[in-house]
Design a protein around this ligand. Structure first.
Ligand code: KIV
Length: 289
């Protein structure tokens, strides 16, 4: 059920049927008090207006993830994703939501060059979408950029551990932190991101004990994906958790089997079209009486 009606005549980028009720960056940050989060943060990815409408009432944060490269565009990784793609989908998700804070991923190549490049890209994303925050991947190497952005009105979500934009360097999507050196690296990366001013951090694909250590050590909320139930919140790719794909990472729990349901519906439709059983009088326009 929709929570509101879109005003298509004005095409407003930020429909707020309940004024002032959209979740804010300080509200997310404030969920963690003294290194503990009593009420875990709920985050899912969204790429389209309609999915945003459906997820919004249940989420604190909607992430327009660059995973849309694979999920929506069938690309082999997130590396080819462009700023234009992120802006188009970000604006759709903002239009389809009113309660959740919307964060948009900064795509590969749009922020690593310099803090100034990152600011120009983040400003474009925020102006064109109406989102309230951006997310970027990387640890110590990105600290100066996170500091630059957060001091200039751009709220940043960090992303450490398995960082999919670095797939060519990592050599795959395996879990991180299996050696002591890698574990120490993840912890120092996360600390650097938090110290630089990120208001929360995504920890992806890391050994459970490291995720727990991180959660206890950082004052900002740690949102896990393939991490630990003890994190301050969780995020999943919505299409994964809905069961739209046959193959998903170990850390995905399937809450539905949409692939089977879509396949069944399409097969039933095809059968009815071929048998001329659709449309029935219920779906056709009778002549004027
Ligand atoms: O792109 C994405 O969807 C993400 C989540 C997996 C955290 O970064």
């Amino acid at each position: 059920m929709s929570t509101f009606t879109l005003d298509t005549s004005t095409s407003r980028a930020n429909p707020t049927p309940v004024r002032g009720k959209r979740t804010t960056v300080p509200a997310i940050r404030a969920r963690k008090v003294g290194f503990t989060t009593a009420d875990p943060i709920v985050m899912l990815t969204a790429y389209t207006m309609r999915m945003a409408q459906l997820l919004d009432p249940h989420c604190d944060l909607l992430l327009v993830g660059d995973s849309l490269g694979q999920v929506i565009y069938g690309l082999p990784s997130t590396v080819p994703v462009t700023l234009e793609m992120m802006c188009n989908h970000g604006a759709a998700v903002v239009r389809g939501s009113w309660h959740a804070l919307v964060a948009v991923d900064m795509p590969f190549g749009s922020y690593e060059g310099s803090p100034e490049q990152a600011f120009a890209s983040a400003a474009r994303i925020m102006k064109e979408t109406g989102c309230a925050a951006v997310k970027l991947e990387g640890g110590e190497a990105m600290a100066a950029t996170i500091d630059f952005l957060s001091k200039r009105g751009v709220p940043v979500i960090g992303h450490v551990g398995l960082t999919p934009q670095a797939v060519n360097q990592l050599g795959g999507y395996g879990a991180r932190g299996r050696s002591d050196a890698e574990a120490a690296h993840i912890l120092s990366d996360a600390r650097a991101v938090a110290d630089a001013g990120a208001f929360c951090i995504v920890a992806e694909g890391i050994v459970e004990t490291i995720a727990e250590e991180l959660t206890d050590a950082l004052a900002i909320p740690v949102i896990g994906i393939g991490a630990s139930a003890r994190c301050d919140g969780q995020v999943l790719v919505t299409e994964d958790m809905l069961g739209l794909f046959e193959r998903t990472p170990r850390f995905v729990k399937r809450y539905d089997d949409l692939a089977a349901r879509v396949t069944d519906a399409a097969a039933t439709y095809a059968g009815e079209v071929k048998a001329r059983a659709f449309p029935t009088p219920d779906q056709t326009y009778p002549p004027k009486p």
